[in-house]
Design a binder for this molecule. Sequence first.
Ligand code: ZN
Ligand code: MN
Length: 499
Amino acid sequence: MSEQNTASEYTASEYTVIIGLEVHVQLATDSKLFCGCSTQFGAPPNTQTCEVCIGMPGTLPVMNRLAFELSLKTAVALNCEIPRFTKWDRKQYYYPDLPKGYQISQFDLPMSLNGWLAISDPKNRFEPKKIGIIRAHLEEDAGKSMHDEAAGKDDSRIDLNRCGTPLLEIVSEPDMRSAAEAKAYLTELKLLLNYLGVSDCNMQEGSLRVDANINLHVDTPQGKVATPIVEVKNMNSFRAVERALEYEATRQFDLWRETGQRQGDVPKQTRGWDEAAQLTRGQRSKEESSDYRYFPEPDLVPIITTDEQIARGKESLGELPAVLRKRLEKTYRITPYDADVLVNQGRELVDYYVETAETCGDGKLASNWVQQDVLRTLNQQEIGISQFPVAAAELAQLIEVVRAGKITTSRGREVLAEMTTSGKPLGETIEAMGIQQVDESALEDLCRKLLEANPKIVAQVKEGKVKAAGALVGQAKQKNPNINPARVREICLQLIERM
Ligand code: ZN
Ligand code: MN
């Protein structure tokens, strides 16, 4: 085939990666989408089910109003159009974890469409851009198959606790051009959901699941050629998404050079990411939507959304990440990078930072301490800011003590570390660590003794080698860790001058 020869001549720089993402988000409701069963994670298998969610004949679903409100709020925050009329459909397929034989979802009239989410990269790997949102619709989750998971059992079991859990499926346009952009989109989306309080987004517990559609546009002398679209599943972290997409782009390009296959030549393929092997493996061929035999759900009434409800949704948004970043930059005079780091930690950390900055009156210093010392502890101990033992007001006091020169920054860090471990307040900690301000006459005494003991250094300084005084400061620190090094240096130099 001539196409085969043509394809093999291209090199890696001659293609563009095209990525679209489908994200399923579990909404933060206590009960399921169409019944009163609990959505709490971690309960023993099949203890959170009822006749409605396991699909017994003769039962009727009733919509969870909160799930719809949370979806509406999210859709508005994603700049979506909200149709005034939306309805439910049955998506039919057979699988053991779907006892009804269909999933209640939304097909042709979703509750929102045509939105966007802005992404940017503080490391400047790509230009800021808007990623289009095709639609966001509500649907119920299926159960979970457990293969060989019960200890010592070589079998498959079904847990139906998840059946009927409310999900918002957010489908992006294929607007991302690299794995880094895909990761940035997911990070920003997760952050937005966190600020909206609509989901806990816990990927380990399945509250946020990502499927990626990816193919390549290859430049050829005959024009652009699109390779077959592949759907990648089974990615359990944003890092995994990034790796899977990087892997998949290279694999598709190699395959194209080998076969010359174009979009439409083969059915859409689904591949699963194998985290251990760091590669994707082929799964089943993807059903076309006609295979699902969608039809309107006859047991649920359509939903009419009013202008007033949409307005209320808009009012409930609060300050979203993009706006908050700008406000922190302006109000506390910190860099866009610093604002980004703080805001990306979530609203609770921003509240902590703002209180620290307001109380100590120095936004830049507060940002340094929160980013370096507080965040490091949170990461090391894998806790959230709500579990951090040092209150913002207390950290602000410590910053003031350091800024006043009463203790050095490095000594201040030790104090904070001690407060973090002991949970004791600032004053008590400083006392317990034996840190008191060393008074001037004591400092002068100390310096005199140092000069007497180090005639060589004194001579060097007198010859103009002022740097030699550094050794005196080092010795002073050893004798008393609470001295102010700058002041010791100053006093020593003054004393030497008078000698
Ligand atoms: Zn139920
Ligand atoms: Mn779905």
